[in-house]
Every structure is written in structure tokens, then in C-alpha cells.
Design a protein around this ligand. Structure first.
Ligand SMILES: [Zn+2]
Ligand SMILES: [Zn+2]
Length: 278
């Protein structure tokens, strides 16, 4: 089997936003594509490791938020690699549906008011579309591992589980302060937005049960198992306030709201949905 190395690609400084490259002797897989315009940063990291865009065999987009999917279409054009993503976020990738943001607290609400989450990105249709329950084996792309559906952060969030016991989980968990990263990298936090904390808690526990030992994330990280489990336990306690309880503007609950972006407030479920046109 192939030995793998995980290379962090800083999309924003101080671990605030990361993409990752999984490198094995048989090929490279890019996990997440950064905000729009990230191809230059990604290209620099590739060059530092004596690689080019053409060494990327697959682009895995963990979910449709702009800091993960923003440069996917451009990177596909540069690398020729297919994009793998989950069908439950497909309408966001194609820009057919507005992205929904369920803020996890004041940082999320503040962050929502910055241009970053709303930065439009070039829409795309994933070449390899996972559906509920699918597991995609990465051996065909030179990496010993699988991709699984791990919904909760968004409906179509996916995570990579490697034979090395490393897991690349997108925004299923974050660490540090503010949007993640910066100080206290070893301390788990919720990312600024999260649809369904109860589901996230379950998925984190399942990842640990299946053997994941180290978690690499889009914001902060990496984290070890005890901190992931501590966080999952806390998350399951706040499940009563979550988006899935119906007190928010999630598209599955408010399909007729004609706004481009919707923000819900999981901590105050009885509050009416506030919306913002951008
Ligand atoms: Zn996200
Ligand atoms: Zn993110």
C-alpha cells in the first residue's frame, strides 16, 4: 500500500483557512480548493514540493462554502483532474441554490457580514458525484483511503479517511479562536456556520470509531481524538437549538424565501429568519 503525506496549504495565514494535499508515491489528491483566486497560493505550495498542477489526480471538495469550493473550477481547468463532491451540495456548486449559513454564534454572525462567505465563485458540476451512503475508494487515485458522506456542517459534506488513520474532515470541526486557526490550535471549536450539530457530533464519533486518530480541518488543526470526542459530547448537548429543529432559514424548512443568502440563529431558534441580499 502507498505511504501518504499530508501537506497543509495555507489559503489564509495563521491556519485561518486551509486546503490540504495528500501526497503518495502514486499521485496527489487536493482536498478543498480555497476561496476564489487561491490557485496561485496552491501552485506555490506545489512548486515548493517539486510538483505541478498536473500532478493532482483528483480534487475533493468537502462542501460548498466558498472557502472550500471557491477555486475548484479553475483548479480543474489547470490540473485536468476530476472534482469529487456530494450530490446533496450539488445545487450550491452549480449556483442553482443560494448557500445557507447557520451561524454558530457571534463570530459567525459577524463573519456573515463580511464579504468572504458571499464571495461568488465559478459554478461547476462535480465529475464524480457521491450520493447518500456511497463510499468512494481512493486507490484508483494512488491513495489508500476512502471518502464518506459526513453531513451536518452542510447537507453534502464529505470527509476523507486514510489508511494511515488520518482524517480530512473539512468543517466538521474547527480549532483555535475566531473563525479557527490563530491561537489555541489544539482547542476544538464549532466553525462559524453549521447546519446540524447533532449530526456533526454523530459523524465525529463514527470517524473515531472507524479508527481516525488525527483530524485535519479547514480552520485550525490538526486535532487528536480526545479533543474531538470532548467537542462531540458538547455538541450533542446543544442539539436542541440546531437548524434541524426547524427554527431557522435552512432551505429544507423555508424553500420559498427568495433571498440569495440566508442566515439563521441556532442559539435562538424562535427568532424569525433574518435575511440579507448581497
Ligand atoms: Zn464551511
Ligand atoms: Zn470553511
Amino acid at each position: 500500500m502507498f505511504e501518504t503525506e499530508i501537506i497543509r496549504i495555507p489559503i489564509l495565514p495563521m491556519h485561518m483557512v486551509n486546503a490540504h494535499l495528500i501526497r503518495s508515491e502514486a499521485g496527489c489528491i487536493l482536498v478543498d480548493a480555497g476561496i476564489p483566486g487561491s490557485e496561485h497560493r496552491i501552485g506555490k505550495v506545489l512548486a515548493r514540493h517539486a510538483l505541478t498542477f498536473r500532478d493532482i489526480k483528483l480534487i475533493i471538495v468537502t462542501h460548498a462554502h466558498t472557502d472550500h469550493a471557491g477555486s475548484a473550477a479553475r483548479l480543474r481547468a489547470l490540473s485536468g483532474a476530476p472534482i469529487l463532491a456530494h450530490r446533496d451540495d450539488a445545487d450550491f456548486y452549480s449556483r442553482k441554490e443560494p448557500m445557507t449559513y447557520c451561524s454558530t454564534g457571534w463570530v459567525g454572525k459577524l463573519f456573515f457580514r463580511t464579504p468572504i462567505p458571499h464571495e461568488p465563485y465559478e459554478g461547476f458540476v462535480p465529475d464524480i458525484m457521491m450520493s447518500n451512503g456511497d463510499t468512494t475508494n481512493l486507490l484508483d487515485f494512488g491513495v489508500d483511503g476512502v471518502v464518506r458522506h459526513t453531513a451536518g456542517h452542510t447537507p453534502g459534506s464529505i470527509a476523507v479517511e486514510l489508511a494511515s488513520k488520518d482524517a480530512l474532515v473539512g468543517d466538521l470541526i474547527a480549532s483555535g479562536i475566531l473563525i479557527g486557526g490563530m491561537a489555541f490550535l489544539g482547542r476544538a471549536i464549532r466553525p462559524p456556520f453549521e447546519d446540524d450539530p447533532e449530526r456533526v457530533a454523530r459523524e465525529l464519533e463514527h470517524l473515531v470509531q472507524r479508527g481516525a486518530k488525527r483530524f485535519y480541518m479547514g480552520h485550525g488543526g490538526p486535532l487528536e481524538v480526545p479533543e474531538v470526542l470532548r467537542h462531540a459530547k458538547l455538541l450533542s448537548k446543544i442539539a436542541a437549538h440546531c437548524c434541524s429543529a426547524g427554527g431557522c432559514g435552512h432551505r429544507s424548512h423555508r424553500p420559498s424565501v427568495p433571498t440569495r443568502f440566508r442566515l439563521c440563529h441556532p442559539s435562538v431558534p424562535e427568532t424569525p429568519v433574518s435575511s440579507k441580499q448581497t
